[in-house]
Unconditional design. Structure first.
Length: 400
């Protein structure tokens, strides 16, 4: 069944992680995404390892389902191909995504002003470290840079320890997610205006947006948020706790008195340090070692059963455990996608968006390099002979 964005064509100039993650969301939703790669690209150029079945898993995981088009944009003919692709009279591509540093696309003659003059309905989405305005706009950025500058690392980790980066690239991926949201918003608005627009998303801005509670506390009180481990700044207990066979997480308690009985610490029933949530939060340093000692006496599964109805409790899974979790399997959150030109496959994360009438169906992995160059050139009316000439002249390349 076609996805909700069926019929939408996207020209994708993104690379690394932030940009490809955003265009991957559009791909998952059913858009035809033509990923522009350089004619000299090989699998090692595509991204980091580990390499499985000869392909970069880093690239494969965020470029699934996209169509590979290889061009050399140093050639004027290649630049003209891009212009023809976004021309409503020929290629009809109406969304462009890129994540170069501001000014790079302009130097190629492919900036928003130039292309929107050809197609006023073009939605041109730019993901960058610091955005296309402001004093930092030309600075380079990767995930750890925006996490550091955005304050994320200042509140991650344990008190007294060094700054910590979260275990996945939220600096990159948040920028990609907000880019996809911006594209969808611009598509909706275009229905009424008939016009496209420039979507400008900064990875740093995305980090500030996700800081929500930390920002509102720091901006409106004298508090300077800092690292607090796995706990919550306003709710206690709310954290990871060691058990007899691993770790688990709990989130608040409905009945403190009953909780004390369940963990066999009747001596805490009337301890004035812990009677209310604000009390427990204020005296967290006193409470945590008590909880650590108590929870080590039973397994995670035993605590889950014991605390049902008393607090929200769950195991703290490792990545292999969550990959093999039956609920994750039932939700289709691990997809097994084919490797191009192969009988092999690679498992990747699925899409968390579940739609009742137009469900997302993941069934294509990353394309072979240049696999869809001919298809893209045929969109703008290039004949087989003309395509062969472009390939012979190094303007384009095709998968053999």
């Amino acid at each position: 069944m076609p996805g909700p964005l069926d019929g939408l064509r996207v020209l994708d100039f993104t690379w690394a992680l932030a940009g490809p993650y955003g265009s991957m969301i559009l791909t998952d939703l059913g858009a035809d995404v033509y990923k522009v790669e350089h004619v000299d690209t090989n699998e090692r150029h595509r991204g980091a390892g580990p390499y499985v079945h000869g392909v970069s898993t880093y690239f494969f995981s965020v470029n699934r389902g996209k169509k590979s088009v290889t061009l050399d944009l140093k050639h004027p003919e290649a630049v003209q191909i891009i212009k023809d692709l976004i021309d409503p009279a020929s290629g009809g591509i109406n969304v462009l995504t890129e994540n170069f540093r501001p000014g790079a696309m302009e130097r190629l003659g492919l900036g928003y002003d130039a292309l929107s003059g050809i197609n006023p309905g073009l939605i041109y989405a730019s993901t960058s470290g610091f955005g296309h305005t402001g004093p930092y706009q030309h600075r380079p950025a990767v995930d750890v840079i925006v996490q550091g500058m955005g304050g994320v690392m200042s509140i991650t980790g344990h008190p007294g320890g060094p700054p910590a980066r979260p275990g996945y690239s939220i600096g990159d991926m948040a920028g990609g997610m907000y880019t996809a949201i911006g594209v969808l918003a611009a598509l909706h608005e275009r229905h009424s205006s008939g016009l496209g627009q420039h979507v400008d998303v900064a990875m740093l801005d995305a980090q500030v947006a996700l800081l929500e509670n930390a920002v509102v506390r720091a901006a409106n009180t004298d508090e300077v948020p800092g690292p607090i481990g796995t706990r919550h700044p306003l709710v206690t207990p709310f954290q990871a706790l060691p058990t007899a066979d691993g770790w688990m997480v709990i989130a608040g308690v409905k009945d403190w008195q009953l909780f004390c009985v369940k963990i066999e610490r009747d001596d805490l029933l009337h301890d004035e340090r812990f009677q209310t949530n604000p009390d427990r939060t204020e005296h967290h340093a006193d409470l945590e070692p008590i909880l650590f000692e108590a929870f080590k006496k039973r397994t995670t599964a035993e605590w889950e059963a014991e605390l049902e109805g008393v607090c929200i409790a769950a195991p703290m899974n490792t990545i292999p455990e969550i990959i093999n979790d039956p609920h994750i399997a039932a939700r289709g959150m691990i997809a097994d996608l084919p490797v191009a030109k192969s009988q092999k496959s690679i498992k990747v994360s699925g899409s968390p968006v579940h739609l009742s009438r137009t469900p997302i169906e993941l069934n294509r992995g990353a394309s072979a390099i240049g696999e869809h160059t001919r298809e893209a050139l045929e969109l703008i009316g290039r004949t087989p002979k003309e395509i062969d000439k472009l390939v012979a002249g190094g303007v384009a390349s095709v998968d053999q």
